[in-house]
Design a binder for this molecule. Sequence first.
Ligand code: MG
Ligand code: MG
Ligand code: MG
Length: 306
Amino acid sequence: MSNEILIFGHKNPDTDTICSAIVKEILIEKKGNSNVKAVRLGNINKETQYVLDYAKIEAPELLDSVEEGQEVILVDHNEFSQSVDGIEKAKILEVVDHHRICNFETAEPLFYTARPFGCTSTILYKQFKCSNVEIDKKEALLMASAIISDTLLLKSPTTTQHDKKALEELANIAEIDVNEYGLDMLKAGTDLDDFTEEELVNLDAKKFEKDGVKCVIAQVNTVSIDDVLKREEKLKEAMNNEIEKNNLDVCVLAITDILNSNSELIVLGNRTDVIEKSHHLENDKVFLEGVVSRKKQLLPLVESNI
Ligand code: MG
Ligand code: MG
Ligand code: MG
């Protein structure tokens, strides 16, 4: 067991999860407690790697599981199904998150900050402000990157005024041009060539269960949906493997065009009706105009049809 308090986001880490864990460590250390350490629960994706390279910082260490009583702080998630193995027995000291609260329970009191903002880093930005802790260039860049990633350059319907205001100030401190840096960063994440279909389906996949129906909604960002669909048959094969391996009722892969803010869905499993009740599927697929957010658009759609 680590003597340090471990800080981490969800499995299949995205830019917000990694950056927010690092930034939370910085914030706590600046407030005088050095016994904290950001870690990660999975591979760094290419978008996040672009950010870490730009900021010239190392990726946090990989963590597989925690032992009973390990002190932890969760960022960018709370659902145990998305957290580290062993989380049920860990001692959760704090949560900072912008998702719904679901299947979450602790034995002891804790600090819990939930805000319906577009990004966890926007909440952390406010924590810096409330604590009167100065924001330096490094953490400003990390938080700005997280906000750009989660809100797709402020275009996702999850974006709030809080995110816009935070990004404006953070970009100033980080000395970046939001649109130029942001597009380069997002594009870095759309280079999917090196990934196997199995990896693509797992890159950014969120698992959840409602009324006994087991679902996965996976998402990949691209600048060309057609390009990704060249691999359609193999992607379907990989999705069917996931369904079998994890006993899923439905697996949705959202291929999201970050330039035009649309998504093509591939939907497989024995409960494709979670999409089909609302949208006609052709060849297991449907194109959804203006849909980019799993949290605000896809998840509610799927859950309302279960
Ligand atoms: Mg996230
Ligand atoms: Mg440390
Ligand atoms: Mg997030």
